[in-house]
Design a protein around this ligand. Structure first.
Ligand code: G4P
Length: 288
């Protein structure tokens, strides 16, 4: 679900998050592997400051494996502990309590040295809308927790969910707003559905997707839309070349208005739907 965020919402969400984080030992930041950088809100650095952090790259089934590996290396090089998961099938999810455990080793040791018995590792899942927070919480809980709406600033009663013997998870995630001052980030987020496409032009999103396909996923793209001769982008005539691809797809798929004019809105919808529905293949929209 994508909603509009206003300054008041953001300020309130931030305050609530800072309060929530006081109660926890580890921040689990969730990102969409198709857009691992764009689906982060840089504010997480400020909010989570001082707490150990686990970065989970979710939806690995939807992303290009090579790109996911490259991103994992990139984030690890930047000092983050990274784990790959598919919250829908549960792949990688059982590793989470152990990864969290490792991150709290120092805290537990300190408590034990003082003669205290440390409590279970308390974790919070945090991320922008649509990265899979609810799906992951349900997975970890082993049952369906009511869908937590991405309603900025709405306070709901929260509970701890026991995950295995060593971890406790807050049942309500921390929801950060998608940050897209950079138009490219906006396009990537809109393509994945993390922000309303109405905020951007439908055709612009499809244009961006075609361009990405022509640079990185030529074979899969040509196969899906049965395109015989894909143009090579040269940085000069890209606009015209991409419009020609729109035309080819429009004709092939019968997205035509009266008089045989291409209906670019329909072509755009088709391309965005196929991308989201993984009809073209597992794809990533940005690289480190
Ligand atoms: P949020 O709480 O962060 O907003 O995200 P949510 O869990 O609602 O997930 C957003 C969409 O992403 C859902 O699809 C969900 O099923 C899907 N999803 C979450 N994790 C994964 C994953 O690892 N792989 C894949 N392929 N999909 C994932 P939806 O179509 O919006 O809803 P639904 O009908 O599938 O529930």
């Amino acid at each position: 679900m994508s909603i509009q965020w206003y300054p008041g919402h953001m300020a309130k969400a931030k305050r609530q998050m800072i309060e929530k984080i006081k109660q926890i030992d580890v921040v689990i930041e969730l990102v969409d592997s198709r857009v691992p950088m764009s689906s982060r809100n840089p504010l997480v650095d400020e909010i989570a400051s001082g707490k150990p952090r686990l970065l989970l790259m979710n939806k690995i089934d939807m992303a290009d494996r090579r790109a996911t590996k490259a991103w994992q290396n990139y984030f690890e090089d930047h000092g983050l502990k990274v784990h790959l998961v598919n919250s829908q099938t549960g792949q990688g999810v059982s590793m989470i309590p152990e990864a969290v455990r490792q991150l709290t080793a120092a805290r537990r040791k300190k408590l034990e040295d003082k003669g205290f018995r440390p409590h279970a590792d308390r974790a919070l899942i945090l991320g922008i809308p649509n990265v899979g927070k609810s799906t992951l919480i349900n997975r970890l809980a082993g049952k369906r927790i009511a869908k937590i709406g991405d309603r900025p600033g709405v306070t709901t009663a929260q509970q701890w969910i026991k995950v295995g013997k060593t971890m406790e998870l807050l049942d309500t995630p921390g929801i950060l707003w998608p940050k897209f001052d950079d138009p490219q980030v906006g396009l990537r987020l809109a393509a994945t559905g993390a922000i309303k496409e109405e905020l951007l032009d439908f055709q612009e999103i499809a244009f961006f997707l075609i361009k990405t396909m022509l640079v990185h996923y030529r074979e899969a793209f040509a196969k899906r839309f049965q395109l015989a001769d894909l143009p090579e982008l040269d940085g000069v005539d890209d606009q015209d070349l991409i419009v020609k691809v729109f035309d080819q797809i429009g004709k092939k798929r019968g997205c035509l208005m009266s008089g045989g004019i291409i209906n670019y809105d329909r072509v755009s919808e088709l391309i965005i739907r196929d991308f989201r529905g993984q009809k073209i293949g597992p794809l990533t929209l940005e690289w480190p």
